[in-house]
Design a protein around this ligand. Structure first.
Ligand code: HEC
Ligand code: HEC
Ligand code: HEC
Length: 125
């Protein structure tokens, strides 16, 4: 029993290392050319990165590539949303109860519905 848990832990740790190593291509390259106000610097204070999400979770693209043109052509690359589409962009995760529950069951998933009926939502959307 304990042996199984141990093996499971090792596999989890190994995959975590793999993910962060792959993620580094987005992060390292961006950090290299951006000044301190660039996304890869600012994002270190962001709740998503602190909770283990990466650039790819929001922007998509293949983190193993080392050229931005290839990243743009790679599967799932979403780029940057138009500012008017940002609430919908956030809601693609935050309004998905199954996805959110896997990460943090205590968070509500009705923010976007509420936002749409608020004065901000009515003005923007
Ligand atoms: C080899 C360097 C490099 C890597 C690796 C890289 N980027 Fe970029 N990225 C850039 C540069 C440079 C720009 C600025 C636009 C330009 O001039 O091409 C950029 C622009 C962007 C933009 C702005 C929108 C756009 O399409 O121009 C986003 C979003 C982005 N990168 C996300 C990512 C993500 C996510 C990854 C990993 C999957 C990644 N980048 C990997 C260099 C890189
Ligand atoms: C929680 C989701 C999220 C994560 C994680 C995230 N981004 Fe973004 N990113 C966004 C959104 C939303 C915008 C558009 C912001 C706006 O319109 O002002 C954006 C904008 C950008 C831009 C364009 C900035 C500009 O001035 O036009 C770049 C480049 C970028 N992100 C790169 C990255 C990189 C590199 C990472 C990882 C270090 C990352 N992002 C992580 C959501 C995210
Ligand atoms: C790729 C999916 C994804 C996207 C896109 C996304 N988020 Fe999140 N967000 C999460 C997850 C997952 C958590 C919970 C992390 C945890 O607690 O483990 C979270 C947590 C948060 C929290 C902290 C909530 C709390 O009380 O702990 C805020 C605030 C937040 N997100 C705002 C935003 C905003 C604003 C946007 C759009 C700019 C956005 N998110 C886009 C996945 C996402």
């Amino acid at each position: 029993m304990f042996k199984n848990i141990f093996i499971c832990l090792m596999v989890c740790m190994f995959s975590a290392v793999m993910v962060s190593a792959a993620e580094n291509n987005c992060m390292t390259c961006h950090a290299d050319f951006e000044d301190d106000d660039g996304p890869s610097h600012l994002i270190s204070k962001d709740v998503h990165i602190q909770k283990g999400l990466g650039c790819v979770d929001c922007h998509g693209g293949d983190p193993s590539l080392d050229d931005m043109d290839d990243v743009r052509d790679s599967k799932g690359y979403k780029g940057v949303p138009d500012y008017k589409d940002v609430p919908k962009f956030c809601a693609s995760c935050h309004s998905n109860p199954v996805y959110m529950h896997d990460h943090n069951p205590s968070l509500p998933t009705d923010q976007f519905d509420k936002y749409k009926t608020s004065i901000h939502g009515i003005q923007l959307l």
